[in-house]
Design a protein around this ligand. Structure first.
Ligand code: HEC
Length: 149
């Protein structure tokens, strides 16, 4: 339905030409990426949805769902680092983020209709997309961006 500024899409076209510019890794201490803060917020918002579902507070679900769909993005330089690392996997990674977006928007629509079962179905789809990305990428992501020393 609506098109929003998506997580990684704005830099995808810039990725190939910028890749050489970000070859140098920045930090020695490997501080957390901004993505982790984005994820923390997603985790909190999803927990809040769980609570709202239990209360049948559909208005609250309807407020939270678009925040999940249109979550913050890391700064452009970080996105380029991540996309450079992803390489050929970038479109799959972005596709999972798009799935989160679409399912969260469907959850918001269902909440606006007060359709509890449809909210729960969409909630499950959101979680499947979170899980798919975590199972597919989180370990390798940590190994790459937070190497043990
Ligand atoms: C496109 C991939 C992708 C999707 C989709 C995704 N995540 Fe993540 N998530 C990651 C990666 C990569 C990390 C590891 C980040 C790091 O450690 O810096 C992560 C880490 C997390 C963490 C741990 C943060 C911490 O403090 O260590 C939470 C919580 C989280 N995600 C929640 C969610 C939720 C909830 C959703 C769905 C609404 C979601 N994620 C969807 C890629 C994704």
């Amino acid at each position: 339905m609506h098109r929003h500024r998506r997580f990684f899409c704005i830099v995808l076209s810039a990725c190939a030409c910028a890749a050489t510019a970000v070859g140098a890794q920045t930090n020695g201490a490997n501080p957390p990426l901004a993505l982790r803060g984005v994820m923390d917020k997603l985790g909190h918002d999803m927990q809040a949805v769980t609570g709202a579902i239990a209360q049948e507070d559909w208005a609250l679900v309807a407020r939270l769902a678009p925040q999940i769909a249109r979550h913050e993005e890391p700064p452009a330089t970080e996105k380029i680092r991540i996309l450079t690392w992803l390489g050929a996997q970038a479109s799959k990674f972005r596709g999972l983020d798009q799935q989160v977006h679409d399912a969260a928007m469907a959850m918001g629509d269902a909440a606006q209709r007060g359709d509890g079962p449809a909210v729960i179905d969409a909630f499950a789809r959101v979680q499947h997309s979170c899980l798919a990305c975590h199972q597919g990428y989180r370990k390798a992501f940590a190994e790459h961006f937070y190497p043990a020393r």
